[in-house]
Design a protein around this ligand. Structure first.
Ligand SMILES: [Zn+2]
Length: 249
């Protein structure tokens, strides 16, 4: 009987953990990444970004998260693996939602809550920073460790922090920017072609207007105003000539 009930509980924990893993994979953040280990769903590895505007800014820190068999009814344990100057390494951290304060944990919370919680604890000073697993390093040392942390490689994941959580602006799309003006000129010369092209790409599926197509009427109206000005100058010149001819005659 006991075996069946513990197996059921374990099964519900596995279901819940799988659900959280899917949710994290479908809605990723540029501030952290986390996934269960391939060999043990109860052990997660996670990389978090040091909070902006703190001595941990630019740093990337790797965490080991252990989920109990009774999860989510008992809280996860968190351990920081990357040298950081804020948390002791490989030590269960004492924060409100970890197993040091089990009574505060709520089953509705999840791995994401725990990650956001520890990220928030990085810059805290004074009483909030004191506890098991906490260390006080000078600011310069924390900054030095933050710079080193990016290339730190997890022996379990066998990848560096920066490989696991690349910087948001490091995407290859940013290199395409110089090409944008030439694309815009093409659409000005043939706005109808641009429309046809976008329709082909979208395959008849209604979508948001292509920015190039929106830009085209604006460029046409800017071409229109010099034409109007030319016509006005022509009329004025014609009037002036007419008056001059009248005087001569
Ligand atoms: Zn790892």
């Amino acid at each position: 009987m006991a075996t069946t009930s513990s197996a059921n509980r374990n099964n519900s924990a596995v279901k819940r953990i799988m659900q959280e893993a899917r949710e994290l994979a479908n809605d990723p953040s540029s501030d952290y990444t986390a996934a269960p280990s391939e060999d043990d769903i109860f052990e997660w590895h996670c990389t978090i970004r040091g909070p902006v505007g703190t001595e941990f800014e630019g740093g990337l820190y790797h965490l080991r998260i252990l989920l109990p068999a009774e999860y989510p009814f008992r809280p996860p344990s968190l351990m920081v693996l990357t040298p950081n100057g804020r948390f002791e390494l490989n030590t269960k951290i004492c924060i409100s939602f970890t197993n040091y304060h089990e009574e505060l944990w709520q089953p509705a919370w999840g791995v994401r809550t725990a990650i956001l919680g520890i990220q928030g604890f990085f810059p805290l000073k004074g009483q909030a920073a004191v506890g098991v697993g906490s260390v006080e390093y000078p600011s310069a040392e924390r900054k030095r460790l933050a710079a080193l942390s990016r290339e730190w490689i997890c022996p379990h994941c066998q990848q560096s922090n920066v490989e696991l959580l690349p910087d948001p602006d490091a995407s290859p799309e940013s290199h395409l920017e110089p090409d944008v003006p030439s694309i815009a000129t093409e659409s000005v010369t043939s706005p109808s072609e641009a429309t046809a092209e976008s329709n082909m790409v979208n395959d008849g599926v209604p979508s948001l207007p292509n920015p190039a197509v929106i830009a085209a009427p604006q460029t046409i109206s800017s071409f229109g105003s010099p034409v109007l000005l030319d016509a006005l100058i022509g009329i004025i010149l014609a009037l002036v000539f007419a008056l001059l001819f009248k005087r001569i005659l």
